[in-house]
Design a protein around this ligand. Structure first.
Ligand code: PHB
Length: 391
């Protein structure tokens, strides 16, 4: 072999290696989002996508040197078979590194076994039934759980002279969790649940339930329904049937009064006291920057808690990859994500290393008009709230 061929071979090897390294470093990071982009819950998909894209845009389109590709699949809402198929396609055909999204509980439950089988991190950006994170070791949640946001409003009610409450919840995971937690916390604090009803998840007719509640004469009704058309229908019926005039008030989790839906509810929302992790009106530098960036990117929409979960879900991925040096393989990713903490637009948050669920401040808020706009005005808070559903 001549000197020339040795040198040539050596440089060829080096060149091949250099490309192999750059190819690896530049390997795009594929994130598959399973979201309701159509149907009655399409606003969830829109909000989560908005938040996710905003974080990505602010990060210059890549995390730890890997260009991020978002692939969105519409699961249409409460349709577990469609969610499952969408996630399967994302894993098998699109070869995503990470599964994310999940607007509603049935969608998260349907995909959990797949995350385990494929060893893919699964970031839950809204679905809020407590048990979801127990269904796979690969699940992390950045939104909330119903018990986590329900306990503080139950405590607040009992402390503020509300002693008799009727509960109305949608008859599926998050509604059942909310009902159970409300009853537990409220009765321990000296309150009494004088009646409870569960309504269908799809297209409920609230009229007969509203009449029953009126006849039972509680001081308040505690409510959880999946927000959107149902919030508007319930509050409209509540006003039309004069429940407010009969001295009954509405208390709820802040799912009910999210900024995406509150203008549709209109003045019927005024005075609703509720508990939640995010308000557009939250007074912090991080939230002011978030709200300004959101309106700049999406002038026609108001940012709500779902958009913040989309944003923080992407933030969780970015921060985890910083720790792993860009490695998104399931086990390394999960180990690095546990215990992460940062300041979100909603306030300080962290990932509980034991449960992989979110730990965060829960605020008690009242719906008021601020500069002509309906807002959730925070007036009390409880820091570092874990999901009581798992305690
Ligand atoms: C859910 O289906 O888990 C769900 C939907 C809407 C919410 C909260 C939870 O606001």
């Amino acid at each position: 072999m001549t000197k020339f061929t040795i040198a040539f071979k050596l440089s060829a090897v080096l060149a091949a290696c250099a490309t192999c390294f750059t190819v690896q470093a530049a390997e795009p990071l594929k994130i598959g989002l399973v979201l309701p982009m159509s149907g009655p819950f399409s606003a969830y998909g829109k909000q989560i996508e908005h938040g996710a894209r905003l974080y990505l845009q602010q990060s210059g389109g890549s995390f730890s040197g890997r260009k991020v590709e978002l692939i969105i699949k519409d699961d249409t809402g409460v349709a577990p078979e469609i969610s499952k198929r969408a996630a399967q396609e994302l894993v098998v055909k699109d070869k995503v590194d990470i599964l994310a999204g999940f607007g509603l509980t049935p969608s998260a439950f349907a995909v959990a076994p797949l995350a385990t089988e494929a060893k893919k991190p699964m970031i839950v950006m809204n679905a809020a039934t407590s048990a979801i994170t127990t269904k796979s070791e690969y699940i992390l949640r950045v939104s909330h759980t119903l018990p986590q946001v329900t306990a503080p409003i139950a405590t607040w009610a009992a402390k503020n002279n509300i002693k008799k409450v009727y509960t109305l919840v949608a008859d599926y995971g998050p509604g059942q969790d909310a009902e159970a937690q409300f009853k537990k916390t409220f009765t321990v604090a000296g309150g009494e649940v004088v009646g409870e009803v569960r309504t269908p998840v799809k297209n409920p007719d609230f009229a007969p339930f509203l009449q029953k509640i009126k006849d039972a004469k509680p001081q308040a009704v505690f409510l959880f329904v999946p927000p959107g058309e149902q919030t508007i229908a319930f509050t409209k019926g509540f006003a039309e049937r004069d429940l407010a005039k009969a001295g009954i008030r509405i208390i709820a989790t802040g799912d009910l009064t999210g900024e995406d839906v509150i203008d549709g509810v209109g003045d019927n929302a005024l005075g609703i006291v509720n508990s939640m992790q995010y308000s557009e009106a939250h007074n912090s530098p991080e939230n002011k920057a978030y709200v300004a960036a959101y309106y700049k990117a999406y002038p026609k929409d108001r940012p709500d808690f779902m958009s913040v979960s989309g944003y923080d879900g992407m933030q969780l991925i970015a921060k985890t990859l910083e720790k792993t040096g860009g490695d998104a393989t399931g086990d390394k990713f999960m180990a690095a994500a546990k215990g992460l903490a940062w300041i979100s637009p909603r306030g300080p948050i962290s990932i509980d290393p034991q449960t992989r669920d979110i730990v965060q401040t829960i605020y008690i808020r009242k719906v008021e008009k601020v500069a002509g706009k309906l807002q959730n005005v925070e007036f009390e808070s409880q820091a570092n709230v874990k999901d009581p559903g798992k305690l």
